[in-house]
Design a protein around this ligand. Structure first.
Ligand SMILES: Nc1ncnc2c1ncn2[C@@H]1O[C@H](COP(=O)(O)OP(=O)(O)OP(=O)(O)O)[C@@H](O)[C@H]1O
Length: 311
């Protein structure tokens, strides 16, 4: 199988140049191509181009970065039937590797790669402006605003360098807590329509974790063919903070203001423009009255990641 290692130098603390300088010759000797992205969307575009040019070839993309990098990689390969993904978690959140497993960037990497076991997993497909896929989760509202502000902020890079990248989310969580305006929502899931008022956020999860280890959908299963939908609604600002903090342990599900439903597809319609993220990447504003449609993709994603994330 063809192997291509893809590195995002912008993820997390940035590229560990020392490890890379040592590893590139070993990668090349083992026949593994090494790509280092030059800009946002570069990984997605290069993977798409490779897949378009090699529709029948089996390939393993070994992706070094965080959840945004994995989001790009998976979208680049969407529709290519012979792709396997492995992750080298190097971002701030790393929820993909937290659930699916990941590899360490060290001299044992090549040995581990030869022993990896891959499995088919569910994938989310969604449409806003165009059809895309998300691998871990997507959502609308407060969390999308926090991710949007954090990813654009200059302090994220600085905090990442100080190994405190997650702090940036705390800063913007507090800021959004003060300014965010809850919205009204209609969701159609599991063949039922439900209405909610004062919605803080709606998350559509494939796997349990999001936001860097928060257990938003504790029982989500990436092999059950179902999405786990969470709606957090009807809370004052102070109580919302309490519920939000309880997400780290997954105990938010005991609050009556947290609604959860499982469904193979879901439509969400808000009464005002609401910001949407997919795998923590900004997807712009969902216009008022327009449906965000998400469902389990017909094609599975193949993931090689049996080694535990050592954090
Ligand atoms: N060469 C590059 N220069 C600038 N941005 C890039 C480059 N390559 C990829 N990107 C973008 O970098 C962003 C950050 O990557 P990623 O989300 O993987 O890291 P992170 O934010 O540190 O981790 P996490 O999403 O797990 O919190 C992504 O939006 C990706 O599209």
């Amino acid at each position: 199988m063809k192997k291509i290692a893809v590195f995002n130098p912008n993820a997390g603390k940035g590229l560990n140049q020392k490890s890379l300088t040592l590893l590139i010759p070993a990668f090349n000797q083992a026949g593994i191509d090494v790509w280092i992205s030059r800009a946002k969307h570069d990984i997605e575009n290069r993977i798409r181009e490779w897949c378009d040019n090699h529709p029948l070839e089996e390939v393993c993309f070994i992706v070094s970065g965080g959840d945004g990098t994995m989001h790009e990689a998976v979208n680049g390969a969407a529709g290519h039937k012979h792709t396997v993904f492995a992750s080298i978690p190097a971002g701030s959140g790393n929820d993909f590797a937290r659930h699916f497993g990941g590899l360490k960037l060290d001299m044992n990497l090549l040995q581990h790669l030869s022993r990896l076991h891959s499995e088919d997993q569910d994938l989310i497909t969604y449409s806003m402006i165009k059809e895309r896929v998300a691998v871990s989760n997507m959502g609308a509202g407060f969390d999308a605003e926090v991710a949007y502000s954090a990813n654009r902020s200059k302090i994220k890079k600085l905090l990442n360098k100080l190994s405190a990248g997650k702090l940036v989310y705390v800063v913007f969580l507090i800021q959004q807590l003060l300014v965010f305006k809850p919205y009204s929502l209609t969701i159609i899931a599991d063949r039922r329509e439900k209405q909610f008022k004062r919605v803080w956020f709606t998350t559509i999860s494939n796997q349990p974790y999001y936001g860097g280890g928060m257990k938003i959908a504790p029982n989500a299963d990436t092999k059950d063919g179902l999405l786990d939908v969470t709606v957090v609604h009807g809370l004052s600002r102070i109580k919302f903070l309490l519920v939000f903090l309880s997400v780290f342990k997954g105990s938010h599900v005991t609050f009556k203001e947290v609604y959860q439903v499982r469904s193979a597809r879901v439509n969400c319609i808000a009464d005002r423009d609401v910001r949407v993220h997919a795998d923590g990447e900004d997807n712009g504003l969902l216009p008022a009255g327009q449906a965000l449609s998400a469902q389990i993709a017909a094609d599975k994603i193949r993931v090689a990641g049996q080694l535990a994330l050592d954090e």
